[in-house]
Design a protein around this ligand. Structure first.
Ligand code: SF4
Length: 499
């Protein structure tokens, strides 16, 4: 049994919320309990000996008000030295915190409906909800109530506080436009079969050092069954998942060993007590979530406008400005996306140009799609596991590419991480960079990036091909430029990189 497994048996992980109150009062964290902070979305940032913490905050249903954004911006300014990140699970992230600040931050988050329960740790993580829910004409079903119910049922639930590892769920109601179901432990993908709305269910997706794309469970789940089925699958994982080796504990390994048919049988017989209906495969997005960019028409005649942050980092003063823009041009609501971006919905057509100009002035509108389709993880600025820098380097890369490739007619994804853990999913990007270190003969250590080419969670459904060798960090711009130039020169109109 690993140390963490032993700790989870000794202390029910959600007790950490009580312990945090004690630690904050004492200004001291019991080092034997420090790993449990993750269940409260809090963990030590690099270097750990300095004692600073980072915090991830869930955004249930991915929808929030302009006032909520002001609260988040205020927390970042008052406690987090002005660092505010949007993560690729539609969450917010703060840095530079100390333990005494944590309860004060919780007090500010609670009234605006945000929380950190299970934002990290071996439990049910943020439920990814379609950022277009209720907006797009192509939508099959508005998944916000389902995402809220799933989050409310599983998140922070003591029954799921001790899973073998993390457990990720996505619910998508507009599968032909976006969808990230391939890389979640459970991906619910809405579609219509003979006029009836339901969900195609995918299980066992997960990246990390060993990437597995999800497999179809082969069922058709009606909306009223979604939470029950999510709970049953999470239960099956809790009880049957592997706990000896944490590197082999994700659901994907259990599914690989059992086969999806056997796993379905376990879910049906041991957890649901009934058979699920069989169902056909749902149609999936061509680009796997990247074509929500720009300005798009809503089904009610209004528009949604995508706000492209640069690698998910946004200055809190800009965030306040963004909140004002959502009030002025929309209905005071925003969304976070799984591409580290935000959406302002409900914009009148006559206001689109003015809003776009305002976003451009804030450097929050994509001059090309590349700013919106390039993501980077936390990296060695704050992450203890990182081998390379990520955010600044990738922001520099976007600046370098933006003008030159403004004519690209298809989305092109660049995902960069600071280690093999794949927090920003380098295996399913057109161009995925995985940070590593290379030691020369003279002992000097250099940052490099391994390259994974032409991965896709859209229709192509493939993990990228890992190339031999690695790109030195200082040649990242040059290398990417060459790949994009070659692609642009040789492609047919509308042809994607993976094609
Ligand atoms: Fe840290 Fe690695 Fe995850 Fe990046 S991919 S945030 S470096 S663990």
């Amino acid at each position: 049994m690993s140390d963490l497994e032993a700790l989870k048996k000794e202390v029910p992980p959600f007790q950490i919320f009580d312990l945090i109150t004690e630690y904050a009062a004492q200004g001291y964290i019991d080092p034997t309990r420090i790993d449990l902070l993750k269940w409260a979305g809090v963990y030590p940032q690099r270097p750990q000996e300095d004692g600073f913490l980072m915090m991830r905050v869930k955004v249930p249903t991915a929808e929030f008000s302009s006032d909520t954004l002001r609260v988040v911006a205020g927390i970042s300014e008052d406690f987090g030295r002005g660092f505010l990140d949007v993560t690729d699970r539609q969450a917010f992230q703060f840095h530079w915190l100390t333990i005494d600040m944590v309860p004060q931050i919780f007090e500010r988050l609670e009234p605006v409906g945000l929380h950190t329960k299970g934002a990290c740790g071996d439990t049910v993580r943020a439920v990814i909800a379609s950022p277009l829910a209720g907006l797009d004409a192509r939508e099959v079903i508005d998944v916000r109530p389902l995402a809220a119910a799933m989050e409310g049922t599983l998140s922070g639930n003591p029954d799921f506080q001790d899973l073998p590892r993390k457990f990720k769920i996505s619910i998508t109601g507009t599968p032909e436009l976006e969808g990230i179901h391939m890389i979640n432990d459970i991906g619910f993908l809405a579609h219509r079969v003979n006029g009836e709305v339901g969900f195609d269910v995918w299980v066992g997706g997960g990246l990390g050092a060993v990437a597995h794309l999800a497999k179809r469970l082969g069922v058709f789940v009606r909306p009223e069954e979604v939470v029950e089925v999510g709970r049953a699958i999470a239960g099956a994982y809790r009880d049957h998942g592997y706990r000896v080796n944490r590197k082999k504990s994700r659901l994907k390994f259990l599914i690989k060993d059992l086969g999806v048919e056997k796993f379905r049988e376990i879910v049906e017989t041991e957890y649901l007590g009934r058979k699920l209906s069989d169902g056909p495969e749902a149609p999936v997005a061509r680009f796997g979530g990247n074509d929500v960019l720009g300005v798009q028409p809503q089904r009610d005649g209004l528009n949604y406008v995508v706000v492209a942050t640069t690698v998910g980092r946004i200055d809190p003063r800009k965030a306040r400005h963004l909140a004002d823009l959502a009030d002025r041009y929309g209905k005071g609501m925003l969304r976070t996306t799984a591409f580290q971006n935000m959406v302002i919905p409900h914009v009148k057509t006559e206001d689109v140009a003015e809003l776009s100009a305002e976003l451009e002035a804030l450097d929050l509108a994509p001059k090309t799609t590349l700013r919106g389709t390039t993501i980077a993880c936390t990296g060695n600025q704050f992450c203890r596991l990182a081998l390379t820098e990520t955010k600044a380097r990738t922001a520099n890369l976007v600046d370098h590419l933006e003008a030159k490739f403004s004519g690209l007619d298809v989305p092109f994804t660049i995902n960069l991480t600071g280690c093999s853990n794949a927090c920003t999913r380098y295996q399913v990007a057109d161009l995925g960079f995985m940070g590593a270190n290379r030691t020369d003969k003279d002992g000097s250590v250099h940052e490099v990036y391994n390259v994974h080419l032409a991965g896709s969670i859209g229709q192509a459904q493939r993990t990228g091909t890992k190339l031999k060798g690695a790109v030195p960090a200082e040649r990242l711009n040059e290398y990417t430029d060459a790949v994009l130039s070659d692609f642009q020169a040789g492609k047919q109109p509308g042809e994607s990189f993976v094609e």
